[in-house]
Design a protein around this ligand. Structure first.
Ligand SMILES: Nc1ncnc2c1ncn2[C@@H]1O[C@H](COP(=O)(O)OP(=O)(O)OP(=O)(O)O)[C@@H](O)[C@H]1O
Length: 317
């Protein structure tokens, strides 16, 4: 039998006094060791949902339980048992990086010596050594983010909520951060990850939900969600100059193209010929990414490929 879920949301709805319906009937279940991605455009309702999970905002209706405890009735339970990396600034800006991590561990009941050891370990792991004595207020955005991440994981928690953990973090330390997130998941930590950085998050996410206008529009494993765009392939091109794409290609909005798998022979022939002519320097054809899934979920009515009659006659074969 599988372990009971850590976090369960049933029919969670939030209507602000202004009348805005920020969450509308959200159902979610996170199991131990789940790294769960929460995605959605600005204003989709992610922050509202996170605030409700943290016990900082009260749902208008619906229920939220953490380890079976009703956190709408007992928001303190959520605050004591959830490690949280917020989007914004930290309250205690005069603390140093090391003190911030140590203090976060102490607040969650870790004795002083162990809290100091946990801070030292995380500083080393995230290569924050040169900044250990830097005050949070004068640290760079990336260092603040990493210190906040270390603070969120400095004490064991039933649930970790990470809001855009890689924002402002340099590419090398991003890798350290994703590795650590993945390791935490393998160690049994349950993680709710709010992110816009799909390409990177794809490495660690077990399941994801895509939100739009307060609702979950898609939910599942990355593999299951790929079936939304399963008959499509993705083409990445490095060209020597501007070129007119093959009519079967549809820009994916991120510099690559999607095309119907049935068009593979035509697209492959087209791109190979351009390669021979030197107009294309390099290319790669592969399965769609999570970004493609996201784009498809956001625009279900707009097909990401032209219908059969749309390719002009005499298109290069
Ligand atoms: N305190 C509030 N009072 C009234 N409306 C709010 C409040 N907070 C958020 N909203 C509204 O609720 C909706 C959802 O906002 P929310 O911040 O939850 O979205 P989000 O997905 O986190 O967006 P972003 O990615 O921009 O942070 C938006 O229309 C927003 O304007």
């Amino acid at each position: 039998m599988s372990a009971p879920p850590v976090l369960v949301l049933r029919g969670v709805t939030k209507r602000y006094r202004s009348g805005t319906l920020a969450n509308a009937g959200i159902d979610l279940e996170l199991r131990p060791g789940d790294i769960f991605g929460l995605l959605g455009p600005n204003g989709a309702g992610k922050t509202t949902l996170v605030r409700q999970v943290l016990g900082l905002a009260r749902p208008t209706s619906g229920s939220i339980t953490l380890d079976g405890v009703d956190i709408v009735a007992d928001p303190g339970f959520a605050r004591r048992n959830i490690g949280f990396l917020p989007q914004g600034a930290f309250d205690l800006q005069s603390l140093t990086v090391a003190e911030t991590i140590e203090f976060a561990a102490r607040l969650r009941g870790i004795p002083p010596r162990e809290a100091r050891a946990a801070a030292a370990r995380l500083i080393e792991r995230l290569e924050l050594g040169p900044f250990r004595g830097t005050a949070m207020r004068s640290a760079s955005g990336g260092v603040r983010r990493l210190a906040g991440f270390a603070a969120a994981i400095a004490a064991p928690a039933r649930l970790l909520v990470l809001d855009e953990p890689t924002n402002d973090v340099d590419p090398l330390r991003r890798v350290l951060l994703w590795d650590l997130i993945s390791e935490l998941g393998r160690g049994g930590a349950t993680i709710l990850l709010v992110t816009h950085n799909l390409a990177e998050a794809e490495r660690v996410i077990d399941r994801l939900a895509i939100m739009n206008a307060g609702r979950i529009v898609r939910e599942g494993t990355p593999a299951a969600l790929r079936s939304i765009v399963t008959e499509r392939l993705r083409l990445e091109l490095a060209s020597a100059g501007a070129l007119t794409p093959h009519p079967a290609l549809v820009p994916d909005g991120a510099g690559a193209y999607l095309f119907d798998a049935a068009d593979l022979p035509r697209v492959a022939a087209w791109v190979s010929r351009l390669r021979e002519l030197g107009a294309v320097v390099d290319f790669r054809i592969g399965p769609p990414t999570l970004d493609d899934i996201y784009a498809a979920a956001m625009a279900p009515a707009a097909p990401a490929r032209p219908g059969p009659g749309l390719a002009p006659e005499g298109a290069p074969a």
